[in-house]
Ligand binder design. Structure first.
Ligand SMILES: NC(=O)c1ccc[n+]([C@@H]2O[C@H](COP(=O)([O-])OP(=O)(O)OC[C@H]3O[C@@H](n4cnc5c(N)ncnc54)[C@H](O)[C@@H]3O)[C@@H](O)[C@H]2O)c1
Length: 300
């Protein structure tokens, strides 16, 4: 595949769309970033310029490469114009089924005849999204991680109709943008969210039972397994409100082992969502974790 001739459309210029557009533009693809909100587009462009500028300052990207990457990037509010003749569409609009379906059904007939339609949904069904077009065999999940320019993984999700050929071509796109892909047959929580939810839930059960202190549970996984962050610190970062809704969904789809730990339900009821509310398992002051502030089993 000669990526210089390939046109990629990224729909949704939010947090994820910005990173995905940067990845394709800086890998030589003609990249068109689309959003209905003009402010999102200008914010995305500024963020991409900053990522490239930082790369140049740190000596990771040459000035010429940064200029080329920006020249590959185009922004527009017009989805139909952007989609015309494109080889790959990556949909990364807000996580609402109806919005995603509307985007791909408008774009599908305008893309190149063998174009791949990818969705970056975190939790919706790729099969259900694909059902809105008559080329469901070319719809695949491409689940990126935040921040896209730092995270190497893409989880590819095979919907009911996705062909092996489409999965193989999507893997090639991942390689071309410097990412490593894994393939998951559509299933709730894919591999990453499912594993992370279970780990975070188990850590909370241990805290609730008084097995060890919060600090020691986190230290165990950081130093014993080389995790960059402990599961309780990670839950504070993600937000226990988000964690709880993921666990409830996995409990309803995958069964008993995902039943949310009562301590999570209690913390969410108390508004202790984590970093964003200043308190979760730990307390935060000026964005920094207060040493020794981990929730004590004796206080539960
Ligand atoms: N944030 C994450 O860590 C993360 C990680 C992996 C996947 N995802 C998934 O990626 C998708 C986007 O998430 P995000 O965090 O970037 O959201 P975001 O809210 O930052 O961005 C969404 C963007 O979509 C735009 N949009 C909405 N409707 C549109 C339409 N009809 N046409 C064009 N643009 C439209 C909005 O204006 C907004 O700029 C979601 O499906 C989310 O589940 C998010």
């Amino acid at each position: 595949m000669n990526n210089q001739k390939e046109k990629v459309v990224v729909v949704g210029a939010g947090l994820m769309g910005t990173g995905i557009a940067h990845a394709f533009a800086s890998s030589g693809f003609t990249t068109v970033l689309v959003d209905t909100n003009a402010a999102s587009l200008s914010q995305a462009k500024a963020s991409i310029e900053k990522i490239l500028g930082d790369g140049v300052r740190l000596g990771k990207v040459s000035e010429e490469k940064a200029k080329e990457s920006l020249a590959n990037l185009h922004t527009t509010g017009d989805l139909s114009e952007a989609a015309a003749g494109a080889n790959l569409l990556v949909e990364t609009v807000s996580e609402q089924l109806a919005v995603k379906k509307a985007v791909i059904s408008q774009a599908a007939p305008l893309l190149a005849a063998d174009a791949i339609i990818a969705t970056n949904t975190s939790a919706l069904s790729v099969t259900e999204i694909a059902a809105s077009v008559d080329c469901a065999d070319r719809v695949v999940g491409m689940h990126f991680f935040n921040p896209v320019h730092k995270m190497k993984l893409v989880e590819l999700v095979r919907g009911l109709a996705t062909t092996d050929e489409v999965v193989a071509r999507t893997r090639t796109y991942c390689e071309q943008i410097g990412k490593t892909s894994i393939v998951v047959n559509e299933s709730p929580g894919l591999t990453t969210s499912r594993m992370s939810a279970l780990l975070g839930n188990e850590a909370m059960w241990m805290l609730q039972e008084g097995t060890a202190t919060a600090e020691d549970i986190d230290t165990a996984l950081r130093l014993g397994f080389n995790h960059p962050m402990g599961p309780l610190e990670l839950g504070d970062l993600t937000g226990w409100d988000t964690r709880l809704s993921v666990l409830r969904y996995l409990h309803s789809t995958l069964g008993e082992k995902f039943r949310p730990c009562p301590l999570i339900i209690k913390m969410v009821a108390a508004g202790r969502f984590g970093r964003k509310t200043g308190q979760g398992v730990y307390r935060y002051e000026d964005g920094k974790q207060v040493p020794g502030s981990g929730l004590k089993a004796s206080a539960l």
